[in-house]
Design a protein around this ligand. Sequence first.
Ligand SMILES: *[C@@H]1O[C@H](CO)[C@@H](O)[C@H](O)[C@H]1NC(C)=O
Ligand SMILES: *[C@@H]1O[C@H](CO)[C@@H](O)[C@H](O)[C@H]1NC(C)=O
Ligand SMILES: *[C@@H]1O[C@H](CO)[C@@H](O)[C@H](O)[C@H]1NC(C)=O
Length: 488
Amino acid sequence: MGSRLDWFIPVVVAAMAASAMAYTVIVPDSVPSTLVDTPQTGLSIYTDNAHTDPNEQQAVYDIMKATGNGWATTIPDICKGRWHGIECVPDNNRILHVVSLSFGALSDDTAFPTCEEGAYISPSLTKLPHIRRLFFYKCCTDGPQPILSFLGRLGKSLESLVLRENGHVGIIPEELGNLTQLKVLDLHGNGLVSSIPNSLGSLSNLRLLDLSENKLEGQIPQSIKGLRKLNVLNLNKNLFHGPIPDQIGCCTSLIKLDLSSNQLTGPIPDKLESLKSLLLMDLSFNELSGPIPSTIGELGSLEALVLKGNQMGSSQIPESFGKLRSLMAMVMSNVGLSGPIPESLGKLSKLRVLHLDNNRLNGTIPKSLSELGDLSELRLNQNKLTGPVPFTKEMLWRLGRNIHLSNNSGLCYSPEEEREEDDGSLSPLGIKYCKLKTTAHISSHRHLHLSNQIAPFPSSSAAMSRRAYDLALYLVAALLVLVWFLAL
Ligand SMILES: *[C@@H]1O[C@H](CO)[C@@H](O)[C@H](O)[C@H]1NC(C)=O
Ligand SMILES: *[C@@H]1O[C@H](CO)[C@@H](O)[C@H](O)[C@H]1NC(C)=O
Ligand SMILES: *[C@@H]1O[C@H](CO)[C@@H](O)[C@H](O)[C@H]1NC(C)=O
């Protein structure tokens, strides 16, 4: 797990796509109303005679009561009450409007009001005409309830709707497709069922769509092509089936595409080659079929490609993968790969993680892989590879426990120096030394074999044994001379 995170973190940070943080990093690029956002630094930003719109004040009282936060009704002017979790901005007439409400203990230093037992989301939200951000985290978990369709009526202003691990059941209401200003829709970790409504394809301003860890089923709708500004699509851990629609190729702003752990079938569409900004593609643990399209090699920005756990039948690693010059992780364990490992993979100079284990790859390990200077994890075990392993001792030392070569058809190691016999130093790698050159050479050295070699890859033992041999010859000669001398 640790090593997975090692490469995963830079990818996610680069994508600014850690789904838990996305609603704070995605900044609106235009302000739809006359309201001007000001940093929430304290009361000083409000002029003395500014006050909260009375209708909005009443609505916030309702919303707070519905979540079990009745204490808020004792605050005479809620925008000046300034608890963590409410944000207001003044208009030109010094009326304060509520633009953001948040609930739930996200972390130790972000303490929004928590929800009490029986909490629900009040329809009074529709009385907040300027609301831009709604954030409910682990709020309605005691009494599971559906996402109500009235939220679709916040369409004029709402930019971010986060109902994360919020205990929702039932369907995604079609009316959410009316939230045309929406940039973030995060419904992660609920118990939502049924399919994605087609209407979500009208959310043309959406940057992040996270529906992961629900029980959603059906096909990924073709209407997804309407999401031209989407940066992050996360449908991980659901029950989606059917093909990956070609139309995902229209979401040309995608940075992160995670469709892993579903029941998707059919081939990986060629059309994904148009996702030129993509950093992460995770299609693992589906039922996708091969062959792997060579057009994936055109994704020049891609940093992580994760396809493991698909039974793709027989597929080869496309030669074109050598063009993925940004790639840091290629994870293709157990996908039914056959044929050779292409020489071209040696050009992936940023590669840190290469998992090709549990396939039917044959032929030799290309020498070019020894040029991958950043490689820190290599799994080639459980294949049909043969021939000498082309890595230097230094590279093997560097990879240490993170190189897996066992259970192949005939891999062996051929060190630069001469060796006498297998001393067991390669057994952690699960391979043996390559066939020794001449048997005569071995037997002449055998009796002088040094046992205190430096495991697992001694650099100077061969030279040492040569020196010991010379010394022994010298001693024998000296002894003969002595015997001969004494006999005289
Ligand atoms: C909202 O969406 C629903 C279904 O998608 C539609 O029937 C309704 O007319 C929409 N309402 C508004 C106000 O646009
Ligand atoms: C690899 O396997 C294929 C059949 O799957 C075979 O045609 C090919 O000759 C093999 N290559 C080597 C180098 O063994
Ligand atoms: C090697 O194969 C054996 C038997 O199939 C299996 O138990 C073992 O886990 C495999 N080891 C590796 C490292 O793949």
